[in-house]
Design a protein around this ligand. Sequence first.
Ligand SMILES: [Zn+2]
Length: 201
Amino acid sequence: MTKSAMLMVTVMSGMGIIPLSAKDAGPTVTVYLDYDARVPATSVFRATRQASRTFAKTGVNVKFQNTRNRQSDAQPGVDLNLFIGMDAPAGIASAALALAHPYRQDGRIEVFFSRIQGYKPVECRDVVLAYVITHEITHALQGINRHAPTGVMKENWSREDLKKIQADKLEFDPSDAGLIHDGIERRMNTLQISKADKMVR
Ligand SMILES: [Zn+2]
């Protein structure tokens, strides 16, 4: 609705400018989401909404969309793929809650819900899931193998960090926002190159 409305405004005013609202919103990341039937839909809904709010603080618009509703004529931007499964595959360290592949173009992220399920009360479980998702999406966006000294991107969260997570107050380290934006730019450029490549063939 908003897209067609904006287009109409542009045509009617006779100016071929990019609507300010779209330009100011920052880069958009679409996370295509699928999850195991045993994972409560309410947890997924709460956690993804929370993750979007955390990313908004870094000026990045992260939208979640069900994989089944995937559109082929996707808008320009970065696409990632998130699967919330129950159990980790064999060979994954027992302390790992999730997995991202920072160097893979499809931005595949897997979360192991059975390892998050134990957090109580339930509200805490959902917010832990939110921060796990945020952490892994950040790996995929930054596209490098690194952890930060503080905050969301720490390799291991301390008891203090978990308290902040439960209060929904864990922040990104100051070094993270710039790396997220750099990574998105790199991904967008690679995307354009691969599209141009396809046109030549
Ligand atoms: Zn990590």
